[in-house]
Design a binder for this molecule. Structure first.
Ligand code: SF4
Length: 450
């Protein structure tokens, strides 16, 4: 049961010293209750209170980490059912399956594609996150595959899949400090996996025959002292998996049901032989609470749409994506290059800068901080008015970079041209196109007016 700010305050030392970065204990307690501060930040709180508050304020879906450094994948930490209620915390991990008896050429191809397929979109770098290595009964081959992957895929978190704890243990040793997910705990090997998870301080993947069986097994692992888990209901149809994911998430979030309070792992690769169908199933499961989707392979036409879906679902709807206020040189501009200005909503920035780059006209692009609002919205909200633009232009340093004094403003800001000319008396204000797509033609014909 979540604690209120007042309940948390009662357990704090009430020194009001501010060492937690927040001026008073009351304000700190309110932030802890709202999930915006960690109780550990107060150096004076007792261990007993830490345990009580930490337990009560922990997210209903436990946060787990697989791997480390560039290869770290984090999942869970979720607190809501729908993105608009707050936000989704950690994107679904995309994993590629590799089997220990798969031919070398096939494995090498997957490794090459995994490393090559990284995409940038609105300043975010997107890629597959994990490899799922499947033991096929030969422990030596399983360990050899693990060693190869650890060497060749520096950015992949590793899932070791086997029902044989000995084979998992040997392969885990090859992972070094990239702590893998140990997947494959069932009723037959539960104690061994629990012991292994605790010994290696690694998360355990538990697979039930169905939801009820999973609840039973996960409960036993919790009782055995396993804290970090990834759960698999055993469903191998899209519908079954979709329904189970929803039941698990609702039970964890609404009922605080601990055995299901862990990220889920799903296997579209085991639900169809058709790669496109597999991608479609993965996309459905990503939208409904899959912590990890395991695919049989990745190709650009499968991975890119999934990554875009991931980006759309997991960006924080309450925080606009922004780029930094600055002068951005595009294509090596000189002192005679045109100067354009727009807002810092990242989508606007990337569209405008992309069109300027495509025009091959070297240009200076001024990005004004509008708190992530788009041009018209920012203007309507009083964050992109003539006075603010003028102040920014004057302090930006653009006057030292160009000889001319001509500023190209977005076509949608035509109404502020007169005001801006008053504010920037030395500058000529030119109205640019309304749509970024018309910028190349505009820039190719542009000549400084003075
Ligand atoms: S550090 Fe602890 S005692 Fe000091 S203000 Fe913060 S919560 Fe209060």
């Amino acid at each position: 049961m979540a604690l209120t700010g007042i309940q948390i305050l009662k357990m704090l030392p009430k020194k009001n010293c501010g060492e937690c970065g927040i001026p008073t204990c009351l304000a700190f307690a309110m932030k802890v209750a709202a999930g915006q501060a960690e109780i550990e930040t107060c150096p004076y709180v007792s261990e007993e209170a830490k345990a009580t508050i930490g337990e009560a304020s922990a997210p209903p879906i436990r946060t787990i980490s697989i791997g480390s450094g560039d290869a770290e994948f984090v999942s869970g930490g979720e607190t809501c059912l729908f993105r608009h209620e707050k936000r989704f915390e950690h994107p679904t991990g995309i994993a590629v399956l590799m089997k220990a008896d798969e031919g070398e050429a096939s494995i090498d191809g997957k490794i090459e594609r995994f490393n090559a397929m990284e995409y940038e979109r609105v300043g975010v770098y997107m890629r597959a996150n994990l490899v799922a290595l499947q033991d096929t009964g030969d422990g030596a081959a399983f360990t050899a595959l693990t060693e190869k992957v650890i060497e060749k895929l520096p950015k992949a978190a590793v899932i070791l899949m086997s029902d044989n704890p000995e084979n998992i243990k040997a392969a885990a040793a090859a992972c070094g400090d990239r702590t893998p997910l140990l997947y494959g705990a069932t009723a037959d090997n539960l104690d061994d996996f629990a012991a292994l998870g605790k010994e290696l301080k690694a998360p355990v993947g538990v697979k039930g025959k169905n939801l009820d069986d999973l609840v039973d097994l996960a409960g036993k692992l919790v009782d055995a002292g396993v804290k970090d888990m990834v759960i698999d209901t055993g469903a191998r149809t899209m519908r079954g998996c979709f329904e189970d994911n929803i039941v698990a998430r609702r039970s964890a979030i609404k009922e605080k049901f601990k055995p299901l309070g862990f990220p889920t792992i799903t296997f579209p690769c085991e639900m169809t032989d058709d790669l496109m169908m597999e991608a479609m199933i993965a996309s459905v499961l990503m939208a409904k609470y899959a912590g990890i989707v395991v695919l049989s392979d990745i190709q650009g036409d499968v991975l890119f749409p999934l990554l875009l879906e991931q980006l759309n679902l997991f960006t924080d709807p309450q925080r606009p994506m922004v780029v930094q206020e600055d002068i951005y040189p595009i294509s090596g501009p000189d002192e005679n290059a045109p100067v354009l200005i727009t807002c810092n909503f990242s989508l606007t920035y990337f569209i405008v800068s992309g069109e300027i780059e495509g025009s091959k006209v070297p240009s200076w692009l001024l990005i004004k901080d509008t708190e992530g609002l788009s041009v018209l919205t920012a203007w309507a909200a009083g964050k992109f008015g003539a006075d603010l633009i003028a102040a920014f232009v004057n302090k930006s340093g653009i006057c030292d970079k160009v000889k001319h004094r001509e500023l190209i403003i977005p076509g949608y800001l035509a109404t502020i041209k007169g005001e801006l000319e008053e504010e920037l008396a030395d500058w000529t204000i030119t109205i640019g196109p309304r749509e970024a797509g018309h910028l190349p033609a505009f820039l190719k014909e542009w000549k400084p007016t003075a």
